[in-house]
Design a protein around this ligand. Structure first.
Ligand SMILES: Cc1cc2nc3c(=O)[nH]c(=O)nc-3n(C[C@H](O)[C@H](O)[C@H](O)COP(=O)(O)OP(=O)(O)OC[C@H]3O[C@@H](n4cnc5c(N)ncnc54)[C@H](O)[C@@H]3O)c2cc1C
Length: 414
């Protein structure tokens, strides 16, 4: 026996699962196919710029992050709570969270958003978040509602106009879909997290998050070792086989299907382009979105990353990101993305230099209605599976899945 438990995959789910099992007194070995831990959360340093493999933010309001991550040690650099939207008349309006970014309240109210009907419609959509819950968790409140897609729920609440377009575009960048097919309950949970947390990135890049977890493991992660076969309680990579009392497959959904036969949801993809852009305008740490009736390009959000996170660029330089959804028929060539991002920021993009471009076709599992946040993790005979495809497609979902699976494994071992 090489360990009590072998975990395949050192993304957040695998690391979270391994740590929970270690804390419960088990000997755990993690085997990872890539050259470093982190899975979909990796950071490269390119010409002194720090670039994450796909733009993403850590929200410290995620309950599981608060539980297992030492957020202070990460040295978070935060985005502002709001967006800048390009509108049909060519102006750029700043829409901000009234409590978190009070200085944006004036600009927010100065836009057409002050129309009471539009605000009432948004309040109606957000009602489950606003009503007193009398000790019931938000998940419990949401679980009692009829299943609806995000677009059905927004239509039903009568959300339209500029606010609707901004919501649609902002959420497209978070959910990585723009057809509104995601379960409304899940979208509301995310909105709640945005309302209560201050998302940002660690000083050393997003990869600092999985690295912090990996550093707590007693046995170092075995890197560069792709598992080819899982045979009951044994896993094989090339000529090496490890045996254990239990095995956890903590890969992404498609790989888990290949290794165990478990069903996994379809995935959604995104491409993030990073440029050095010294002449980019000051963005006040805000994301930019296209709030026009007909967006003139594929960008779902862009931002001057180094304004929010100065450690992402060498002194005196500035780093810009723009993200676009991947999928059949979508035009996401670099010049097209560059032109659209320049338009959103109101600047000539000709001089921008590409630092990196990350295409991530399997970025997130789909989260359609009805919302099912707890898929089975025990496959029998000591074999388990975890990952964001078992819970929700997020940092929170991956970590929860790791803990949930660790509890299931611990129960079988005892
Ligand atoms: C571009 C992008 C933007 C995102 N934005 C956000 C965001 O803003 N907020 C948020 O909360 N979430 C975001 N997410 C989602 C979040 O990053 C993921 O949900 C989470 O990281 C998934 O973790 P995981 O452990 O489930 O899977 P993964 O990170 O995919 O980890 C699986 C691991 O298994 C390894 N592996 C696979 N096959 C094998 C094998 N055969 N043998 C050995 N090892 C193997 C892989 O190398 C990998 O390390 C984003 C994701 C992407 C890609």
């Amino acid at each position: 026996m090489d360990a009590d438990v072998v975990v395949v995959g050192a993304g957040l789910a695998g690391l979270g699962c391994a740590l929970a099992l270690q804390d419960a007194g088990h000997d755990v070995l993690v085997v990872e196919g890539a050259d470093a831990v982190g899975g979909r959360i990796r950071t490269d340093v390119v010409d002194g710029f720090r670039v994450d493999r796909g733009f993403q933010l850590l929200n410290p309001a995620y309950p599981e992050v608060a539980r297992v991550v030492d957020v202070d040690a990460l040295g978070m650099q935060s985005f502002a709570a709001g967006v800048v939207a390009l509108t049909d008349d060519g102006s750029r309006v700043r829409l901000g969270h009234p409590l978190r970014e009070p200085r944006l309240l004036g600009p927010t109210l100065a836009t057409g958003v002050r129309r009471p009907r539009e605000l009432a419609a948004v309040a109606s959509w957000l009602r489950p978040l606003l009503v007193p819950r009398r000790r019931r968790s938000l998940s419990d409140v949401l679980a009692g509602r009829p299943p609806r897609t995000l677009h059905e729920a927004l239509d039903r609440a009568g959300v339209d106009g500029l606010l609707r377009r901004v919501l649609d575009r902002f959420l497209a960048g978070v959910l990585l879909e723009d057809d509104g097919s995601t379960a409304d309950d899940y979208a509301l949970l995310l909105v709640w997290m945005f309302a209560t947390g201050v998302p940002g990135v660690p000083r050393d890049g997003m990869q600092a998050l999985p690295e912090q977890l990996a550093a707590r493991l007693r046995r170092p992660v075995v890197l560069g070792t792709r598992v080819e076969e899982v045979l009951g309680r044994r896993v094989r990579s090339g000529g090496t086989t490890w045996s254990a009392r239990a095995v956890v497959v903590a890969t992404d959904g498609a790989e888990a299907t290949g290794l165990t036969g478990v069903d996994a949801p379809p995935t959604k993809g995104v491409v993030t382009t990073w440029w050095a852009a010294e002449d980019a305008p000051e963005t006040g740490r805000l994301l930019h979105v296209d709030g026009r009736t007909r967006p003139a390009g594929p960008v779902v959000n862009c931002a001057v990353m180094s304004d929010a996170a100065p450690s992402y660029a060498p002194p005196g330089r500035r780093l810009l990101q723009a993200s676009a959804l991947l999928g059949p028929g979508r035009e996401t060539a670099e010049p097209v993305v560059r032109r659209h991002a320049g338009e959103l920021l109101g600047t000539d993009p000709t001089g921008w230099e590409v630092v990196a471009r990350h295409e991530v076709p399997r970025a997130l599992p789909a989260q359609p209605a009805p919302y099912s946040a707890r898929r089975p993790v025990s496959l029998g005979d000591g074999l388990h599976v975890c990952g964001d495809h078992r819970d929700t497609g997020s940092i929170q979902g991956a970590l929860v899945s790791g803990r949930r699976t660790a509890a299931a494994v611990a129960a079988t071992l005892s």
